[in-house]
Design a protein around this ligand. Structure first.
Ligand code: AMP
Ligand code: MG
Length: 406
């Protein structure tokens, strides 16, 4: 184990995290695919709608037969009526002929517009008076208006929404290939930790991190495997980690990720045969963060201080989980506010800082909160201000962007 942490820049850490490949796909029924991420684009196998249809209750006409009708109504010969769910079997229209069509009914070849019923008047049997001129295509939905055969119906990488399921149903797509939902195993480490339902003895604390990380992972569209608590015991840590990795795609360990005598994560992961990709990131908070890989699977050692673990999750782990789930381009900070900084925040060049801030939304002010603390400051914060590695700080009154938690 190293004597000191060899710090990677935050960008280097992100690049190493970005090297993990998305999880493989599985075939699921279209009806069960809501919220799943498509591996491959779905291509329309037919036109939608498959035939031209009327957008209005009214009369299908040849648009040119309605010329001048807005000034002097014209009378057309009524050829018949198209019923819903049926197609018109009659011959194509002759000049001056119309066909009654309800909304959504198939409009046969030869008719190129529909006159709304409001702009007509029935005459003696077999005739209808048209009081409005229509242009070709008016009130008519053409075949393929939504999708043409061969169009991309839903692109790869898309998290399917309810309306996408409608499109899959409408085009008769029976199954789709979607990324497996990432399964995230969570393990808390430390001799001092006890489960939340226990009363801590002297020197003991309740495990908070498992519940923060589990909730964060679930909000990141992942499933969670709760791994419980393991003491500062390298062998136990290694065997529990191995066990959990059998059941999960990622392992998040919290606590023990630094280089003190009780910090056994790095050593235990070595024992497992995992390759360490980085141990130490030039980020505040969260310097002693580590990333290893065992086979295809990432293992993250996260600092034990709960607020730090939570921030490291937001900043580094969530983008990894999105990537594993097939959404490499998904914005990990979809919710942002612009504000002016109420107080200057200094920073060290080379280090990426995450500053907890309170937002005064009315005045669009962001107030940096003093003090780290295990939980309270992050709980009081409305969001985080990111100070990039190349910056030496942000001055009072500067316009900044605040990331709100998801
Ligand atoms: P460590 O990263 O193991 O050095 O832990 C740093 C601090 O975080 C110590 O005060 C630990 O007791 C605390 N800590 C570690 N893991 C947890 C946890 N799961 N829940 C709450 N506090 C923790
Ligand atoms: Mg510890």
């Amino acid at each position: 184990m190293p004597e000191v942490l060899i710090l990677r820049s935050a960008d280097e850490a992100r690049a190493l995290l970005a090297a993990f490949a998305p999880l493989p796909g599985e075939e699921v029924k279209f009806s069960e695919a809501d919220g799943r991420v498509l591996v491959t684009a779905v291509v329309a196998g037919e036109d939608l709608p498959p035939w031209a249809r009327s957008a209005m209750d009214g009369y299908a006409v040849r648009a040119r037969d309605t010329g001048g009708a807005s000034a002097n109504p014209v009378v057309l010969k009524l050829r018949g009526h198209v019923s819903m769910g049926e197609s018109w079997a009659g011959p194509p229209p002759l000049p001056g002929e119309a066909l009654a069509v309800p909304t959504g009914a198939a409009v046969p070849e030869g008719y190129d517009a529909v006159v709304m019923v409001e702009h007509t008047r029935p005459r003696s049997a077999g005739e209808v008076e048209i009081k409005r001129t229509v242009a070709p295509g008016e009130n008519l939905i053409r075949a393929g208006d939504d999708f043409r055969r061969g169009d991309t119906l839903v692109p790869a990488g898309r998290r399917l929404r309810p309306v996408d399921l409608g499109a899959l149903a409408a085009l008769g797509v029976a199954t789709v290939s979607v990324h497996r939902r990432p399964r995230v195993a969570i393990l808390s480490t430390g001799n001092e930790l006890v489960a939340p339902e226990k009363t801590p003895g002297p020197g003991q604390v309740r495990d908070a991190n498992a519940w923060i990380l589990a909730a964060q992972a679930r909000r990141s569209d992942c499933d969670v495997v709760l791994g419980g608590i393991v003491g500062d015991d390298a062998a136990a840590l290694a065997s529990r980690s191995a066990e959990l990795l059998e059941r999960a795609d990622v392992l998040l360990l919290s606590g023990g990720s630094s280089i003190g005598v009780r910090d056994l994560t790095a050593g235990a992961l070595d024992t497992l045969g995992a390759e360490t990709l980085f141990h130490g990131v030039n980020v505040k908070p969260g310097r002693p963060t580590l990333l290893a890989r065992l086979g295809d699977k990432p293992l993250l050692g996260m600092p034990g201080v709960p607020a730090t673990a939570a921030i490291i999750f937001d900043a580094f782990v969530r983008p990894l989980l999105f990537r594993l789930g097939g959404e490499a381009a998904r914005d990990p900070w979809p919710c942002r506010r612009r504000a002016r900084l109420a107080r200057p925040v200094p920073s060290v060049k080379g280090r990426e800082d995450y500053i907890r801030v309170r937002l005064d939304e009315r005045r669009a002010h962001a107030e940096p909160l003093a003090g780290g603390g295990a939980l309270a400051t992050l709980m009081r914060a409305d969001g985080l201000l990111l100070i990039p590695a190349d910056s030496e700080g942000v001055g009072e009154g500067a316009e900044v962007e605040i990331f709100l938690p998801s």
